[in-house]
Structure formats: structure tokens, C-alpha cells
Write a protein that binds this ligand. Structure first.
Ligand code: NIG
Ligand code: FE
Length: 395
């Protein structure tokens, strides 16, 4: 559902409003009660008390609902074919997750037509929007050849401007035992061809995928081609991913499930965001990251859903917030901030993740009086209104 962007929209009778702007309300979340908001020209133009809300072309009485900034999904892998439900079932029966399953999806993705890949991606992007994610990053990574990574990046660009070239996810089957040859091909050929279609460069720095030097080579080549770095690191065991991300000034390092004290200290002294992906730890039956240690050290933490067919086949940030609160011991306020303002920092975006004056009018309403219900009522589809750039997309 879309409307004329020149129309103004007033939201009134908001039970709990999260602005993420401390100048507009209480605490880091800038919380107000009995609030009103006005959207004009696709941005937030007014925030105040419900009774004082200026009139607008369109009015929504929220009946005491909570209103939050739309979630900022900074980590997803939506360009793929097939699924790996059997692999998931085997894991639940005791098998360990190994990155090798990624090759199953590479093979299925290479066989799929552009139209099949686009339709599957759009289905998942729509699912993500319905669960409240109004900004969406999408990675390639299931092509792993110049031809197929270009195809995946181009398809991702139809759904978002936040395209990440995950040029080095796992070495594809034709490079088995020749990982350095694959890295050379990525550096000498793939990145140059694909960079015009992406904003970010990413690498899976993990045993069984790419080691520190290989990851460094890929990220450096991406940076030289004008891309900004982000890293998959420290998912399956402690390793060099976090330190490499900090060293290269990456916007974020994602997973961060197995970290040392030195990793935490390095993150705390940096501008690199630690993006936690608890859906992946849930679905691989891994231990969860030590979010408390990260937060208590002053690390900036984001939450992502990491939708992909292997480790986390969910698009739901509300589900991840519930895990983050229940199992990662984040407070509901920390978890909501991480899925909104934290995601925005992970994408180096200042226009989303908050409902400050001038922010993009991306907001969600919950069928609940406060954001606490996102964790308190797990598995319930609470998001019942989604506005993007001021347009009501779902209700
Ligand atoms: O973010 N860690 C590497 N990549 C994905 C998993 C990909 C897969 O198993 O297909 C992740 O968890
Ligand atoms: Fe991922």
C-alpha cells in the first residue's frame, strides 16, 4: 500500500513511543508516553504529546499501541535457491554445523534462473518488511564465481541499495584444495566486475572458509575498488575475524559468538559494531555470544536476523530480540536499540533507526502497549503497521 508522499500523516494516541533520540524523551531510547508524531515529505517533522499533535492529511489513532523506528536489518543473505531443511533436521539430531553446507546452496543458486532468484528474494524481503524491517541489507555469496556473483549482486540491487559483495564465503567446489587460487581470482577479477553493483565487501573469516591473510587480501581489494568493509567472524570458534575487522575499520563484524578478552577490548576501542546474529546460534544449536561482556565493555552492539537457508532461515528481528533478551541477557531496551539504531550504525546510516526530527519516516506499530512485549510475547506477530518513508506499507 503506498500513498502520495506529499501528504502529511499524524499518528496519535501512541502508548509508548521509542524515538532513539534522548533529546525527545527519556533515556537512550528517548521514550515518551501518550505521544504523537507527524510525518511530512517522507521524514519525521514533529514529535510531542498526543493532545498537541498538529492536524495532517491522514490521521491514525494508534489506540495506545507502541510505535518504534522500523528495524534496520543489517545482515541478510536473500539471493539463493533451494533450502536446507534436511540439514537443519540432522543438526537437531546431533550433527554439527559446518560451513560446507554452503556449497549445497551455491550449486542450487548457480542452477536457478534470474527470475527464480529474484522471486525468492522478493518473497523474503516482503516477509522481512512485514515483520518490521524497513531497511534491509542483502549479501551475495552463493554464486562464488564472477558470473554468478555479478548475477546475485544485480538481483540484490533490485531490492536494496545496501548490497554486500560476499565475494569469499566458502571456496566453491571447482576450487577445492586451491583456496589461494580462488582468492587470487576474487582479487584480480571478481571484485572489479562486481564492485559497481555493491556498496560493501564482506568475507567469511573462519576455519574451513578463509584465513586471516586471505580475508585481508579480499577486503583490501574491495576497499581499493571503493567498497566498504564488513566481516563474518568468530562464528564457529575464536579466530582473527574481529581483530581484522577492527584493523581495517570495518563498519561491523558479524556473529562474534566466540571472542577473547583482547577481541572485546579491541572492539571497545573502535568504531566497529559487533552485530550479533542469535538466530544463527539458535538454529545451529551453538552457544550464544556474550552480549553482556560486549555491552559492559562499551562495545556498540547491533542485532541482525541473518536470514539464509543454512544457519538462520528467519527474517524476524522480533524473534531475535526475544532470544537476545531471554538467552543473551540483553535488556529489552538494549535489544530494541540494537535492532534499530544499532543496525543503522552497522550500515553507517544516520537517516534510519531513529524517529528524530528529519529522520526517514520509517516506523512500526505493535499490537501491544510497549516495546517490552517484543520479548515478553515471543513468536507472536505483534507488528501490525509498517510505514516506510511515510507510506503505510502494511496494516
Ligand atoms: O551468516 N557464516 C557464514 N555464512 C552464513 C551461513 C551460510 C550458510 O550456511 O548457508 C551465516 O551464518
Ligand atoms: Fe551471514
Amino acid at each position: 500500500m503506498t500513498s502520495d508522499r506529499s501528504q502529511t500523516t499524524a499518528l496519535t494516541n501512541i502508548g509508548t513511543l521509542i524515538t532513539n533520540d534522548p533529546t525527545l524523551g527519556d533515556g537512550r531510547l528517548g521514550i515518551r508516553h501518550d505521544a504523537g508524531v507527524v510525518f511530512a515529505d517522507g521524514v519525521v517533522s514533529w514529535v510531542g504529546g498526543s493532545a498537541d499533535t498538529p492536524s495532517a492529511d491522514v490521521g491514525h489513532d494508534l489506540g495506545g499501541r507502541a510505535v518504534l523506528p522500523g528495524f534496520v536489518e543489517s545482515h541478510s543473505h536473500l539471493v539463493f535457491a533451494g533450502d536446507r531443511a534436511e540439514e537443519f533436521a540432522s543438526r537437531m539430531a546431533g550433527e554439527r554445523y559446518g560451513a560446507g553446507g554452503i556449497r549445497t546452496t551455491i550449486e542450487a543458486t548457480r542452477r536457478a534462473t534470474d527470475e527464480q532468484l529474484r522471486a525468492n528474494m522478493m518473497r523474503l524481503a516482503d516477509e522481512s518488511l512485514r515483520s518490521g524491517s524497513t531497511t534491509l541489507e542483502i549479501k551475495t555469496g552463493y554464486g562464488q564465481s564472477t558470473e554468478h556473483e555479478l548475477r546475485c549482486a544485480t538481483i540484490a540491487g533490485a531490492a536494496t541499495s545496501e548490497v554486500t559483495l560476499l565475494a569469499a564465503h566458502v571456496p566453491p567446489p571447482e576450487y577445492a584444495g586451491r583456496v589461494d587460487d580462488y582468492v587470487r581470482m576474487v582479487v584480480d577479477e571478481m571484485i572489479g566486475v562486481c564492485a559497481p553493483h555493491a556498496k560493501w565487501i564482506d568475507v567469511f573469516c573462519e576455519r574451513g572458509a578463509f584465513d586471516r591473510d586471505q580475508a585481508h587480501a579480499v577486503l583490501s581489494a574491495g576497499i581499493a575498488a571503493g567498497l566498504k568493509p564488513r566481516v563474518h567472524g568468530n562464528q564457529l570458534q575464536a579466530g582473527p575475524g574481529v581483530q581484522l575487522a577492527v584493523e581495517l575499520g570495518a563498519a561491523s563484524v558479524d556473529h562474534v559468538t566466540h571472542v577473547t578478552r583482547a577481541d572485546i577490548d579491541a572492539l571497545a576501542g573502535s568504531s566497529t559494531v559487533a552485530t550479533l546474529l542469535p538466530g544463527a546460534d539458535f538454529s545451529t544449536r551453538s552457544t550464544y555470544p556474550d552480549a553482556r561482556a560486549l555491552l559492559d565493555a562499551g562495545v556498540t552492539v547491533a542485532l541482525g536476523a541473518d536470514c539464509n537457508p543454512g544457519t538462520s532461515y528467519t527474517t524476524s528481528l522480533p524473534f531475535c530480540i526475544a532470544i537476545a533478551v531471554r538467552d543473551l541477557h540483553m535488556t529489552p531496551d538494549e535489544a530494541v536499540w540494537a535492532a534499530t539504531a544499532g543496525g543503522a550504525l552497522a550500515l553507517q546510516r544516520s537517516d534510519v533507526g531513529t524517529l528524530a526530527i528529519g529522520s526517514r519516516a520509517d516506523a512500526i506499530a505493535l499490537a501491544a502497549p510497549s516495546h517490552l512485549h517484543l520479548a515478553y510475547r515471543p513468536g507472536v506477530a505483534l507488528v501490525d503497521h509498517v510505514w516506510r518513508s511515510g507510506d503505510l506499507e502494511y496494516t
